[in-house]
Design a protein around this ligand. Sequence first.
Ligand code: HEM
Length: 518
Amino acid sequence: MPYSFILPVVVLVLVVAAIYRRRRNSIAYIQGPSAPSWMFGHMQQLLLAFRYGEHEFQWLKAYGSVYRLKGCLGQNRLMVSDPVALQYIVNSAHFYRSPLKDNISYLLFGEKSVITATGSEHRRLRSALNVGFTSAAVRKYQPVFKRIAETISEELERNSEPMTDICPLLCTAALGAISEAIMGVPQKDLGQEFVDDTIQIVKSSATQTNRDLLVDAVGFHLPGWFWRIVMRLPTATFNTARTVRSLATEIGGRIVREKIDATRKGLEINQDLFSRLVNPESPTESSKMLPEEDIVAHTALIVIAGLENTANALSFGLLELARHPEFQRDLRTEIHSSPRDADGNIPYDTMPLLNAFVKETLRLYPGLPLSDRVVVEDTVIPLGESICTRDGIFTNQIPVSKGQLVTIAIASYQRSLPSVWGNDAHEFNPYRWIKGAVHQGEAVGPYANLLTFLGGPRTCLGWRFAVSEMQIVFCELVGKFSFAETDTEATRPRFMTSLQPIAENGRKGLPLRIIRTS
Ligand code: HEM
Protein backbone atom coordinates (compact mmCIF):
# COMPACT_ATOMS: atom_id res chain seq x y z
CA MET A 1 0.00 0.00 0.00
CA PRO A 2 1.80 3.13 -1.26
CA TYR A 3 0.27 5.50 1.36
CA SER A 4 0.67 3.19 4.41
CA PHE A 5 3.57 5.33 5.71
CA ILE A 6 1.34 8.44 5.94
CA LEU A 7 -0.32 7.62 9.26
CA PRO A 8 2.92 6.95 11.22
CA VAL A 9 4.48 10.09 9.73
CA VAL A 10 1.46 12.21 10.72
CA VAL A 11 1.56 10.75 14.24
CA LEU A 12 5.32 11.40 14.48
CA VAL A 13 4.90 15.00 13.29
CA LEU A 14 2.11 15.60 15.82
CA VAL A 15 4.18 14.10 18.67
CA VAL A 16 7.27 16.17 17.73
CA ALA A 17 5.08 19.29 17.44
CA ALA A 18 3.54 18.59 20.86
CA ILE A 19 6.97 18.07 22.46
CA TYR A 20 8.29 21.22 20.75
CA ARG A 21 5.29 23.23 21.89
CA ARG A 22 5.61 21.88 25.44
CA ARG A 23 9.33 22.69 25.54
CA ARG A 24 8.76 26.10 24.00
CA ASN A 25 6.07 26.92 26.53
CA SER A 26 7.65 25.05 29.44
CA ILE A 27 8.06 27.22 32.51
CA ALA A 28 11.36 25.54 33.52
CA TYR A 29 13.26 28.75 32.65
CA ILE A 30 11.41 30.74 35.32
CA GLN A 31 13.21 31.20 38.62
CA GLY A 32 12.05 29.57 41.82
CA PRO A 33 13.30 27.86 44.98
CA SER A 34 14.76 24.36 44.77
CA ALA A 35 12.41 21.69 46.06
CA PRO A 36 13.16 19.76 49.27
CA SER A 37 11.87 16.50 47.68
CA TRP A 38 10.66 15.13 44.34
CA MET A 39 7.74 13.35 45.96
CA PHE A 40 6.19 16.41 47.67
CA GLY A 41 7.95 19.27 45.89
CA HIS A 42 7.09 22.47 47.81
CA MET A 43 3.58 21.34 48.64
CA GLN A 44 4.20 20.57 52.31
CA GLN A 45 5.71 24.03 52.79
CA LEU A 46 2.95 25.70 50.83
CA LEU A 47 -0.15 23.88 52.08
CA LEU A 48 0.79 22.29 55.40
CA ALA A 49 2.80 25.20 56.83
CA PHE A 50 2.41 25.58 60.60
CA ARG A 51 1.51 29.24 60.04
CA TYR A 52 0.07 30.01 56.60
CA GLY A 53 2.61 31.78 54.40
CA GLU A 54 5.74 31.17 56.47
CA HIS A 55 7.53 29.83 53.35
CA GLU A 56 5.38 31.40 50.65
CA PHE A 57 6.03 34.96 51.79
CA GLN A 58 9.79 34.26 51.87
CA TRP A 59 9.65 32.99 48.26
CA LEU A 60 7.66 36.08 47.36
CA LYS A 61 10.42 38.25 48.79
CA ALA A 62 13.18 36.28 47.08
CA TYR A 63 11.65 35.71 43.61
CA GLY A 64 9.01 38.41 43.19
CA SER A 65 5.44 38.18 42.02
CA VAL A 66 5.87 35.33 39.48
CA TYR A 67 7.97 32.27 40.22
CA ARG A 68 8.06 28.53 39.66
CA LEU A 69 7.32 25.98 42.37
CA LYS A 70 7.44 22.21 42.35
CA GLY A 71 4.24 20.31 42.98
CA CYS A 72 4.15 16.66 44.04
CA LEU A 73 5.86 14.11 41.73
CA GLY A 74 7.97 16.69 39.89
CA GLN A 75 5.08 18.82 38.60
CA ASN A 76 5.92 22.44 37.63
CA ARG A 77 3.57 25.10 39.02
CA LEU A 78 3.50 28.81 38.29
CA MET A 79 2.82 31.02 41.34
CA VAL A 80 1.35 34.34 40.25
CA SER A 81 0.71 37.46 42.31
CA ASP A 82 1.44 40.12 39.66
CA PRO A 83 -1.77 42.25 39.37
CA VAL A 84 -1.73 42.51 35.55
CA ALA A 85 -1.22 38.75 35.21
CA LEU A 86 -3.94 38.04 37.78
CA GLN A 87 -6.40 40.31 36.06
CA TYR A 88 -5.72 38.44 32.81
CA ILE A 89 -6.05 34.98 34.41
CA VAL A 90 -9.31 35.58 36.30
CA ASN A 91 -10.97 37.11 33.24
CA SER A 92 -9.65 34.78 30.54
CA ALA A 93 -11.40 31.69 29.19
CA HIS A 94 -7.94 30.13 28.69
CA PHE A 95 -7.91 29.11 32.36
CA TYR A 96 -10.26 26.89 34.33
CA ARG A 97 -10.47 25.68 37.93
CA SER A 98 -8.29 22.65 38.65
CA PRO A 99 -10.17 19.39 37.89
CA LEU A 100 -9.92 18.19 41.48
CA LYS A 101 -11.77 21.17 42.94
CA ASP A 102 -14.29 20.95 40.15
CA ASN A 103 -15.02 17.29 40.86
CA ILE A 104 -15.52 17.93 44.59
CA SER A 105 -17.93 20.76 43.75
CA TYR A 106 -19.73 18.44 41.35
CA LEU A 107 -20.16 15.80 44.09
CA LEU A 108 -21.43 18.31 46.64
CA PHE A 109 -23.54 20.59 44.51
CA GLY A 110 -24.36 18.65 41.35
CA GLU A 111 -24.13 19.91 37.80
CA LYS A 112 -27.02 22.38 38.12
CA SER A 113 -25.31 24.82 40.47
CA VAL A 114 -23.67 28.13 39.57
CA ILE A 115 -20.27 26.91 40.77
CA THR A 116 -20.17 23.87 38.48
CA ALA A 117 -22.01 25.35 35.49
CA THR A 118 -20.00 26.80 32.61
CA GLY A 119 -20.54 29.20 29.70
CA SER A 120 -24.04 30.50 29.05
CA GLU A 121 -25.57 28.25 31.75
CA HIS A 122 -23.23 29.81 34.33
CA ARG A 123 -24.20 33.31 33.17
CA ARG A 124 -27.94 32.43 33.33
CA LEU A 125 -27.70 31.11 36.90
CA ARG A 126 -25.52 34.00 38.10
CA SER A 127 -27.79 36.59 36.61
CA ALA A 128 -30.86 35.01 38.26
CA LEU A 129 -29.23 34.55 41.69
CA ASN A 130 -27.81 38.07 41.57
CA VAL A 131 -31.25 39.55 42.43
CA GLY A 132 -30.43 38.65 46.04
CA PHE A 133 -26.90 40.06 46.01
CA THR A 134 -27.18 43.59 44.56
CA SER A 135 -26.47 46.60 46.82
CA ALA A 136 -30.21 47.25 47.16
CA ALA A 137 -31.00 43.60 48.01
CA VAL A 138 -28.22 43.37 50.58
CA ARG A 139 -29.38 46.61 52.26
CA LYS A 140 -32.67 44.88 52.95
CA TYR A 141 -30.83 42.12 54.85
CA GLN A 142 -29.47 44.61 57.39
CA PRO A 143 -32.22 43.93 59.98
CA VAL A 144 -31.36 40.20 59.77
CA PHE A 145 -27.64 40.89 60.29
CA LYS A 146 -28.48 43.20 63.20
CA ARG A 147 -30.67 40.60 64.89
CA ILE A 148 -28.00 37.95 64.42
CA ALA A 149 -25.32 40.28 65.86
CA GLU A 150 -27.52 41.01 68.89
CA THR A 151 -27.93 37.27 69.47
CA ILE A 152 -24.13 36.93 69.74
CA SER A 153 -24.06 39.85 72.21
CA GLU A 154 -26.76 38.24 74.34
CA GLU A 155 -24.84 34.97 74.36
CA LEU A 156 -21.65 36.78 75.42
CA GLU A 157 -23.49 38.66 78.18
CA ARG A 158 -24.69 35.36 79.65
CA ASN A 159 -21.18 33.96 79.56
CA SER A 160 -19.12 34.45 82.74
CA GLU A 161 -16.06 32.40 81.66
CA PRO A 162 -12.72 34.26 81.81
CA MET A 163 -11.98 33.06 78.28
CA THR A 164 -14.34 32.36 75.36
CA ASP A 165 -13.71 30.58 72.06
CA ILE A 166 -15.55 32.99 69.78
CA CYS A 167 -15.40 30.75 66.66
CA PRO A 168 -18.47 28.54 67.30
CA LEU A 169 -20.60 31.61 68.09
CA LEU A 170 -19.52 33.37 64.89
CA CYS A 171 -20.14 30.22 62.87
CA THR A 172 -23.70 29.92 64.22
CA ALA A 173 -24.24 33.62 63.50
CA ALA A 174 -23.03 33.29 59.89
CA LEU A 175 -25.28 30.28 59.37
CA GLY A 176 -28.25 32.17 60.87
CA ALA A 177 -27.63 35.09 58.48
CA ILE A 178 -27.68 32.81 55.43
CA SER A 179 -30.66 30.84 56.65
CA GLU A 180 -32.78 33.95 57.28
CA ALA A 181 -31.59 36.28 54.50
CA ILE A 182 -31.20 33.73 51.71
CA MET A 183 -33.82 31.12 52.54
CA GLY A 184 -36.14 33.17 54.73
CA VAL A 185 -36.32 30.61 57.55
CA PRO A 186 -34.85 30.52 61.06
CA GLN A 187 -31.72 28.42 61.36
CA LYS A 188 -33.47 25.74 63.41
CA ASP A 189 -35.62 24.92 60.35
CA LEU A 190 -32.50 23.62 58.57
CA GLY A 191 -32.34 20.75 61.08
CA GLN A 192 -29.39 19.78 63.27
CA GLU A 193 -28.31 16.89 61.02
CA PHE A 194 -27.88 19.17 57.99
CA VAL A 195 -26.01 21.78 60.05
CA ASP A 196 -23.68 19.18 61.64
CA ASP A 197 -23.00 17.37 58.36
CA THR A 198 -22.34 20.63 56.53
CA ILE A 199 -19.78 21.67 59.15
CA GLN A 200 -18.30 18.15 58.99
CA ILE A 201 -17.93 18.20 55.22
CA VAL A 202 -16.17 21.55 55.34
CA LYS A 203 -13.76 20.06 57.92
CA SER A 204 -13.12 16.77 56.16
CA SER A 205 -12.54 18.25 52.71
CA ALA A 206 -9.58 20.14 54.20
CA THR A 207 -6.22 19.11 52.72
CA GLN A 208 -4.26 18.32 55.82
CA THR A 209 -1.95 15.37 55.41
CA ASN A 210 0.89 14.18 53.19
CA ARG A 211 -1.40 11.46 51.86
CA ASP A 212 -3.96 14.07 50.79
CA LEU A 213 -1.26 15.98 48.93
CA LEU A 214 -0.33 12.86 46.94
CA VAL A 215 -3.96 11.93 46.27
CA ASP A 216 -4.54 15.49 44.99
CA ALA A 217 -1.43 15.25 42.75
CA VAL A 218 -2.48 11.93 41.20
CA GLY A 219 -6.13 12.99 41.06
CA PHE A 220 -5.14 16.04 39.02
CA HIS A 221 -4.30 13.73 36.08
CA LEU A 222 -7.43 11.57 36.32
CA PRO A 223 -10.35 12.24 33.97
CA GLY A 224 -13.68 13.55 35.31
CA TRP A 225 -15.56 10.28 34.60
CA PHE A 226 -13.07 8.36 36.76
CA TRP A 227 -13.67 10.77 39.68
CA ARG A 228 -17.43 10.45 39.32
CA ILE A 229 -17.05 6.65 39.73
CA VAL A 230 -14.62 6.98 42.69
CA MET A 231 -17.04 9.36 44.39
CA ARG A 232 -19.64 6.61 44.50
CA LEU A 233 -17.39 4.66 46.90
CA PRO A 234 -18.79 4.37 50.44
CA THR A 235 -15.93 6.26 52.22
CA ALA A 236 -16.80 8.41 55.25
CA THR A 237 -16.17 11.72 53.40
CA PHE A 238 -18.12 10.75 50.27
CA ASN A 239 -20.98 9.43 52.43
CA THR A 240 -21.17 12.72 54.37
CA ALA A 241 -21.06 14.69 51.11
CA ARG A 242 -23.93 12.60 49.70
CA THR A 243 -25.93 13.11 52.93
CA VAL A 244 -25.36 16.89 52.82
CA ARG A 245 -26.55 16.98 49.23
CA SER A 246 -29.65 14.87 49.80
CA LEU A 247 -30.58 16.74 53.01
CA ALA A 248 -30.06 20.05 51.20
CA THR A 249 -32.34 18.90 48.39
CA GLU A 250 -34.98 17.80 50.90
CA ILE A 251 -34.79 20.93 53.08
CA GLY A 252 -34.40 23.35 50.14
CA GLY A 253 -37.28 21.61 48.35
CA ARG A 254 -39.57 21.96 51.38
CA ILE A 255 -38.72 25.65 51.83
CA VAL A 256 -39.22 26.48 48.14
CA ARG A 257 -42.56 24.59 47.97
CA GLU A 258 -43.83 26.48 51.06
CA LYS A 259 -42.94 29.75 49.35
CA ILE A 260 -44.69 28.75 46.14
CA ASP A 261 -47.80 27.84 48.18
CA ALA A 262 -47.67 31.18 50.02
CA THR A 263 -47.47 33.01 46.68
CA ARG A 264 -50.48 31.11 45.35
CA LYS A 265 -52.46 31.95 48.48
CA GLY A 266 -51.55 35.63 48.04
CA LEU A 267 -49.67 35.77 51.36
CA GLU A 268 -47.05 38.44 51.95
CA ILE A 269 -43.75 37.61 50.30
CA ASN A 270 -40.51 38.25 52.15
CA GLN A 271 -37.27 39.86 51.01
CA ASP A 272 -35.12 36.73 51.20
CA LEU A 273 -33.45 35.44 48.03
CA PHE A 274 -35.53 32.26 47.68
CA SER A 275 -38.79 34.23 48.01
CA ARG A 276 -37.67 36.65 45.31
CA LEU A 277 -36.67 33.84 43.00
CA VAL A 278 -40.08 32.25 43.45
CA ASN A 279 -42.01 35.49 43.27
CA PRO A 280 -40.03 38.20 41.44
CA GLU A 281 -40.68 41.82 42.43
CA SER A 282 -40.10 43.33 39.00
CA PRO A 283 -40.53 42.33 35.33
CA THR A 284 -36.71 42.27 34.95
CA GLU A 285 -36.48 39.74 37.76
CA SER A 286 -39.35 37.76 36.23
CA SER A 287 -37.47 37.26 33.00
CA LYS A 288 -34.62 35.63 34.92
CA MET A 289 -36.78 33.42 37.16
CA LEU A 290 -35.31 30.07 38.08
CA PRO A 291 -37.32 26.84 38.03
CA GLU A 292 -37.93 25.19 41.43
CA GLU A 293 -35.24 22.52 40.96
CA ASP A 294 -32.57 25.13 40.14
CA ILE A 295 -33.35 27.06 43.33
CA VAL A 296 -33.27 23.88 45.41
CA ALA A 297 -29.92 22.91 43.84
CA HIS A 298 -28.33 26.02 45.41
CA THR A 299 -29.25 25.28 49.03
CA ALA A 300 -26.03 23.39 49.92
CA LEU A 301 -23.81 25.67 47.83
CA ILE A 302 -24.95 28.91 49.41
CA VAL A 303 -24.74 27.52 52.94
CA ILE A 304 -21.23 26.12 52.41
CA ALA A 305 -19.93 29.06 50.33
CA GLY A 306 -21.18 31.68 52.77
CA LEU A 307 -20.71 30.03 56.14
CA GLU A 308 -17.02 29.27 56.78
CA ASN A 309 -15.47 32.18 54.95
CA THR A 310 -17.59 34.83 56.65
CA ALA A 311 -17.22 33.28 60.12
CA ASN A 312 -13.43 33.02 59.68
CA ALA A 313 -13.13 36.61 58.44
CA LEU A 314 -15.05 37.79 61.53
CA SER A 315 -12.74 35.72 63.78
CA PHE A 316 -9.54 37.09 62.21
CA GLY A 317 -10.88 40.63 62.53
CA LEU A 318 -11.48 40.16 66.27
CA LEU A 319 -8.04 38.55 66.62
CA GLU A 320 -6.37 41.65 65.13
CA LEU A 321 -8.45 43.94 67.35
CA ALA A 322 -7.29 41.96 70.38
CA ARG A 323 -3.70 42.50 69.22
CA HIS A 324 -4.22 46.22 68.57
CA PRO A 325 -6.00 47.68 71.62
CA GLU A 326 -5.45 51.28 70.53
CA PHE A 327 -7.11 50.77 67.17
CA GLN A 328 -9.87 48.87 68.97
CA ARG A 329 -10.49 51.89 71.24
CA ASP A 330 -10.55 54.27 68.25
CA LEU A 331 -13.02 52.04 66.42
CA ARG A 332 -15.26 51.85 69.50
CA THR A 333 -15.22 55.65 69.74
CA GLU A 334 -16.24 55.89 66.06
CA ILE A 335 -19.08 53.40 66.63
CA HIS A 336 -20.37 55.28 69.71
CA SER A 337 -20.17 58.68 68.04
CA SER A 338 -21.83 57.72 64.74
CA PRO A 339 -25.39 58.99 64.26
CA ARG A 340 -28.15 56.37 64.41
CA ASP A 341 -31.56 56.42 62.77
CA ALA A 342 -34.82 55.60 64.57
CA ASP A 343 -34.15 51.85 64.18
CA GLY A 344 -30.65 52.17 65.64
CA ASN A 345 -28.95 51.74 62.26
CA ILE A 346 -25.65 53.45 61.59
CA PRO A 347 -24.66 54.56 58.06
CA TYR A 348 -22.09 51.76 57.97
CA ASP A 349 -20.58 52.62 54.58
CA THR A 350 -19.61 56.11 55.75
CA MET A 351 -17.60 55.02 58.82
CA PRO A 352 -13.89 55.43 57.91
CA LEU A 353 -12.34 53.25 60.63
CA LEU A 354 -14.94 50.49 60.35
CA ASN A 355 -14.49 50.17 56.59
CA ALA A 356 -10.70 50.40 56.80
CA PHE A 357 -10.82 47.62 59.39
CA VAL A 358 -13.03 45.36 57.21
CA LYS A 359 -10.73 45.90 54.20
CA GLU A 360 -7.56 45.29 56.19
CA THR A 361 -8.98 42.08 57.68
CA LEU A 362 -9.97 40.77 54.25
CA ARG A 363 -6.58 41.81 52.82
CA LEU A 364 -4.51 39.95 55.40
CA TYR A 365 -6.84 36.96 55.77
CA PRO A 366 -8.35 35.96 52.41
CA GLY A 367 -10.63 32.93 53.00
CA LEU A 368 -9.09 31.29 49.94
CA PRO A 369 -5.41 32.26 49.96
CA LEU A 370 -4.61 30.18 46.84
CA SER A 371 -6.72 29.11 43.89
CA ASP A 372 -5.42 26.72 41.23
CA ARG A 373 -6.19 27.10 37.55
CA VAL A 374 -5.32 24.88 34.60
CA VAL A 375 -4.50 26.30 31.19
CA VAL A 376 -7.15 24.94 28.80
CA GLU A 377 -5.67 26.50 25.67
CA ASP A 378 -2.13 27.77 24.97
CA THR A 379 -1.83 31.44 25.81
CA VAL A 380 0.56 34.18 26.91
CA ILE A 381 0.26 35.75 30.37
CA PRO A 382 1.13 39.48 30.38
CA LEU A 383 3.04 40.85 33.38
CA GLY A 384 2.83 44.27 35.01
CA GLU A 385 6.47 44.10 36.10
CA SER A 386 9.21 42.29 34.14
CA ILE A 387 10.81 39.24 35.72
CA CYS A 388 14.36 37.96 35.29
CA THR A 389 14.54 34.37 34.02
CA ARG A 390 17.12 31.77 35.11
CA ASP A 391 19.19 32.77 32.04
CA GLY A 392 19.28 36.39 33.21
CA ILE A 393 16.87 37.59 30.50
CA PHE A 394 14.12 40.06 31.39
CA THR A 395 10.62 39.34 30.13
CA ASN A 396 7.20 40.88 30.58
CA GLN A 397 5.15 37.92 29.35
CA ILE A 398 5.00 34.18 29.97
CA PRO A 399 3.76 31.72 27.32
CA VAL A 400 1.95 28.76 28.94
CA SER A 401 0.71 25.57 27.30
CA LYS A 402 -2.47 23.59 27.74
CA GLY A 403 -2.36 21.55 30.95
CA GLN A 404 -0.02 23.94 32.82
CA LEU A 405 -1.00 24.46 36.46
CA VAL A 406 -1.13 28.12 37.50
CA THR A 407 -1.74 29.21 41.09
CA ILE A 408 -3.55 32.48 41.72
CA ALA A 409 -1.59 33.48 44.83
CA ILE A 410 -4.27 35.63 46.47
CA ALA A 411 -2.59 36.03 49.87
CA SER A 412 0.75 36.88 48.22
CA TYR A 413 -0.88 39.43 45.89
CA GLN A 414 -2.41 41.17 48.90
CA ARG A 415 1.01 41.55 50.49
CA SER A 416 3.25 41.72 47.46
CA LEU A 417 3.95 45.08 45.90
CA PRO A 418 5.02 47.94 48.18
CA SER A 419 3.91 50.18 45.29
CA VAL A 420 0.33 48.94 45.87
CA TRP A 421 0.10 48.34 49.63
CA GLY A 422 2.96 50.40 51.06
CA ASN A 423 6.16 49.17 52.76
CA ASP A 424 4.42 47.50 55.70
CA ALA A 425 2.25 45.13 53.64
CA HIS A 426 2.73 42.25 56.12
CA GLU A 427 1.48 44.33 59.05
CA PHE A 428 -2.07 44.95 60.23
CA ASN A 429 -2.45 48.68 59.57
CA PRO A 430 -6.03 49.74 58.76
CA TYR A 431 -4.90 53.36 58.53
CA ARG A 432 -3.29 52.58 55.14
CA TRP A 433 -6.83 52.72 53.67
CA ILE A 434 -7.59 56.08 55.28
CA LYS A 435 -4.31 57.77 54.44
CA GLY A 436 -4.75 56.80 50.79
CA ALA A 437 -1.58 54.66 50.95
CA VAL A 438 -3.23 51.94 48.87
CA HIS A 439 -2.66 52.47 45.17
CA GLN A 440 -5.82 51.58 43.21
CA GLY A 441 -4.25 50.35 39.96
CA GLU A 442 -5.49 47.29 38.08
CA ALA A 443 -9.03 46.45 39.20
CA VAL A 444 -8.45 42.79 40.00
CA GLY A 445 -11.37 42.13 42.37
CA PRO A 446 -14.79 43.63 43.13
CA TYR A 447 -13.94 45.13 46.53
CA ALA A 448 -11.07 47.46 47.48
CA ASN A 449 -8.90 45.96 44.72
CA LEU A 450 -8.62 42.81 46.79
CA LEU A 451 -8.78 39.30 45.32
CA THR A 452 -10.35 37.83 48.48
CA PHE A 453 -13.62 37.48 46.56
CA LEU A 454 -11.71 36.54 43.40
CA GLY A 455 -12.54 38.51 40.23
CA GLY A 456 -13.87 38.20 36.70
CA PRO A 457 -16.89 36.08 35.78
CA ARG A 458 -16.40 33.82 38.84
CA THR A 459 -16.34 36.65 41.39
CA CYS A 460 -17.97 35.64 44.68
CA LEU A 461 -21.70 36.27 44.38
CA GLY A 462 -22.00 36.96 48.11
CA TRP A 463 -19.27 39.60 48.55
CA ARG A 464 -21.63 42.48 49.39
CA PHE A 465 -23.52 40.17 51.73
CA ALA A 466 -20.28 39.25 53.56
CA VAL A 467 -19.03 42.85 53.79
CA SER A 468 -22.37 44.12 55.14
CA GLU A 469 -22.58 41.28 57.68
CA MET A 470 -19.03 42.03 58.85
CA GLN A 471 -19.76 45.76 59.24
CA ILE A 472 -22.86 45.11 61.35
CA VAL A 473 -21.45 42.30 63.52
CA PHE A 474 -18.25 44.29 64.23
CA CYS A 475 -20.28 47.41 65.13
CA GLU A 476 -22.45 45.47 67.54
CA LEU A 477 -19.63 43.54 69.21
CA VAL A 478 -16.96 46.25 69.38
CA GLY A 479 -19.57 48.77 70.53
CA LYS A 480 -20.41 46.62 73.57
CA PHE A 481 -17.34 44.49 74.39
CA SER A 482 -13.58 44.72 74.56
CA PHE A 483 -11.47 41.88 73.15
CA ALA A 484 -8.05 40.81 74.37
CA GLU A 485 -5.87 37.85 73.49
CA THR A 486 -5.08 35.42 76.27
CA ASP A 487 -1.67 34.56 74.85
CA THR A 488 -0.41 37.00 72.21
CA GLU A 489 0.67 35.30 68.98
CA ALA A 490 -0.65 31.86 70.06
CA THR A 491 -3.42 31.83 67.43
CA ARG A 492 -2.19 31.34 63.87
CA PRO A 493 -3.78 31.18 60.42
CA ARG A 494 -3.65 27.77 58.73
CA PHE A 495 -4.87 26.68 55.33
CA MET A 496 -7.42 23.89 55.66
CA THR A 497 -9.58 24.30 52.54
CA SER A 498 -10.04 27.83 53.79
CA LEU A 499 -7.83 30.03 55.95
CA GLN A 500 -8.76 29.21 59.54
CA PRO A 501 -7.71 30.46 62.98
CA ILE A 502 -5.91 27.66 64.83
CA ALA A 503 -5.53 27.89 68.59
CA GLU A 504 -2.49 26.80 70.61
CA ASN A 505 -3.98 23.30 71.06
CA GLY A 506 -3.80 22.78 67.26
CA ARG A 507 -7.58 22.91 66.80
CA LYS A 508 -9.71 25.53 65.11
CA GLY A 509 -10.57 28.19 67.66
CA LEU A 510 -9.96 31.72 68.89
CA PRO A 511 -9.88 32.01 72.69
CA LEU A 512 -10.37 35.63 73.74
CA ARG A 513 -10.92 37.57 76.97
CA ILE A 514 -14.18 39.35 76.30
CA ILE A 515 -15.37 42.07 78.69
CA ARG A 516 -18.55 44.18 78.59
CA THR A 517 -17.56 47.84 78.14
CA SER A 518 -20.77 49.80 78.50
C1 HEM B 1 -15.74 36.65 53.65
C2 HEM B 1 -16.61 35.86 53.06
C3 HEM B 1 -16.44 35.23 51.71
C4 HEM B 1 -15.30 34.99 50.99
C5 HEM B 1 -13.87 35.29 51.39
C6 HEM B 1 -15.71 34.36 49.73
C7 HEM B 1 -14.83 33.98 48.73
C8 HEM B 1 -15.22 33.40 47.53
C9 HEM B 1 -14.30 33.01 46.48
C10 HEM B 1 -12.78 33.17 46.53
C11 HEM B 1 -15.04 32.49 45.47
C12 HEM B 1 -14.51 31.91 44.14
C13 HEM B 1 -14.28 30.42 44.30
C14 HEM B 1 -13.73 29.78 43.04
O1 HEM B 1 -14.24 30.01 41.93
O2 HEM B 1 -12.75 29.03 43.18
C15 HEM B 1 -16.43 32.54 45.87
C16 HEM B 1 -17.48 32.09 45.11
C17 HEM B 1 -18.79 32.11 45.52
N1 HEM B 1 -19.27 32.63 46.71
FE1 HEM B 1 -18.19 33.52 48.15
N2 HEM B 1 -17.08 34.24 49.72
C18 HEM B 1 -17.57 34.76 50.89
C19 HEM B 1 -18.89 34.86 51.27
C20 HEM B 1 -19.94 34.41 50.53
C21 HEM B 1 -21.32 34.49 50.93
C22 HEM B 1 -21.81 35.14 52.24
C23 HEM B 1 -22.06 33.89 49.95
C24 HEM B 1 -23.55 33.71 49.85
C25 HEM B 1 -24.41 34.02 50.79
C26 HEM B 1 -21.14 33.44 48.90
C27 HEM B 1 -21.50 32.81 47.74
C28 HEM B 1 -20.63 32.45 46.73
C29 HEM B 1 -21.06 31.78 45.50
C30 HEM B 1 -22.49 31.40 45.13
C31 HEM B 1 -19.91 31.57 44.73
C32 HEM B 1 -19.82 30.93 43.34
C33 HEM B 1 -19.81 32.01 42.26
C34 HEM B 1 -19.62 31.45 40.84
O3 HEM B 1 -18.97 30.40 40.66
O4 HEM B 1 -20.08 32.12 39.90
N3 HEM B 1 -19.86 33.77 49.30
N4 HEM B 1 -16.51 33.10 47.12
